[in-house]
Design a protein around this ligand. Structure first.
Ligand code: NAD
Length: 360
């Protein structure tokens, strides 16, 4: 059995962590009677240099054809420059569900133990829709006039503006995905996160959609929390939560917060799931100051690859890879700086140790 999988190595530490994950998938595949043809495609910095585009059409075509991809992090400039390639990939391929499991591995340096949470983040709308108007532009001025006319609100003339679209369609779609996920994985409770006390129409619609879907899933407990309270609750008693259902922006922020509960960004994998394709990636970014140093934790990307194996139906391989990761972290002898209690090893050395623990 051979799977064709698109591989986007990404920027910064991306090539190092994706190489580690690729080695592990090849090893667990060999042990389980399958192999992977890695269709390496350009995206981000390397794509601009070679093809003059951050996201060449051939990359999108490869993902559309293979329907599955493993992706390293891609750099996005802050406060200017090009738009996020990550957001563009999710929107172009309609990868509407972002699934981010957060789980304690014995041996990590964390203030908490026994955390087992899944964040389901809507991936296509909200302030990530990319509808922004530059301060002083004609469009911004027109919009400010429109707001005054329609909403009777004064917006300062030198404002930049962003639009936050939240639709009933996308809110119901992600809520349904979350409840079906809970049902399939035997999860008990979903907490919808919102700020509907202030954003009554947008977050209000997200919450109303989740509440209405909840009525069809009586066996799954449902509650909601205002996002600021949610942050506090997660820091004080994270073990009380099972699944969080979030609009795009809160889901992004809470994912990093939750990664911090289980040992940091090096521990958090994610999957972007749509009807016709899925992309798996670590939650962390390209960490440019670590690029090329072979020192970052490969686990987030390896766990993302393990999720990917589960997604294509290789559940035994997923379990074996996750177990191998757990063993290496528990032993704590060959782990990277963020997990080490004594001397740390490099990204590659930790990955080699993980693949040694995969049953032959
Ligand atoms: P980052 O996640 O890249 O790094 C923040 C810090 O977290 C690092 O300096 C490092 O100390 C730590 N860290 C991250 N990954 C780690 C790992 N695997 N092992 C150990 N420590 C790790 O966040 P940032 O610096 O805010 O973002 C850098 C770039 O990445 C930005 O351009 C941002 O837009 C981009 N980004 C991309 C994605 C993606 O591709 N999905 C996600 C987040 C950020």
């Amino acid at each position: 059995m051979e799977y064709d999988i698109t591989l986007l190595q990404g920027d910064g530490i991306g090539p190092e962590v994706t190489q580690a994950a690729r080695m592990c998938v090849d090893a667990v595949g060999e042990a389980n009677g399958f192999s992977v043809y890695w269709d390496v495609q350009p995206a981000g910095d390397d794509a601009v240099k070679k093809y003059g585009s951050l996201l060449p059409e051939q990359t999108l075509d490869s993902i559309r054809k293979n329907r599955i991809a493993l992706k390293g992090p891609i750099t996005t400039p802050v406060g200017g420059g090009f738009r996020s390639i990550n957001v563009e990939l999710r929107q172009k391929l309609d990868l509407f569900a972002n699934v981010r499991p957060i789980r304690t591995f014995e041996g990590t340096r964390s203030r908490y133990s026994n955390i087992d949470l899944v964040i389901i983040r809507e991936n296509t709308e909200d302030l990530y829709a990319g509808i922004e108007f530059k301060e002083g532009s004609k469009d911004a001025k027109d919009l400010i006039r429109f707001v005054k006319l329609k909403a009777c609100k004064e917006v300062r003339k030198d404002s930049a503006l962003a639009i936050k679209p939240i639709s009933s369609f996308a809110s119901r779609r992600i809520a349904k995905y979350a409840f079906e996920y809970a049902k399939a994985k035997g999860r008990k409770k979903i907490t919808a996160v919102h700020k509907a006390n202030i954003m009554k129409y947008t977050d209000g619609l997200f919450l109303k959609s989740a509440q209405s879907l909840a009525r069809n899933y009586k066996s799954i407990e449902f509650e909601s929390k205002i996002v600021d309270d949610m942050c506090m609750q997660l820091v004080v008693k994270p073990d009380k939560y099972d699944m969080l259902l979030c609009p795009n922006l809160y889901g992004d922020i809470l994912s990093d917060l939750c990664a911090g509960l289980v040992g940091g960004l090096g521990m958090a994998p994610g999957g972007n799931i749509g009807k016709s394709a899925a992309i798996f990636e670590p939650v962390h970014g390209s960490a440019p100051k670590h690029a090329g140093k072979n020192d970052v934790n490969p686990v987030a990307c390896i766990l993302a690859a393990a999720m990917m194996l589960g997604h294509i139906g290789e559940h035994k391989a997923q379990f074996e890879l996750e177990s191998a990761v757990a063993k290496v972290i528990k032993e704590g002898r060959k782990v990277t700086y963020d997990l080490a209690r004594g001397k740390a090893v490099g990204t590659n050395e930790m990955a080699v140790e993980i693949l040694k623990k995969i049953p032959k």
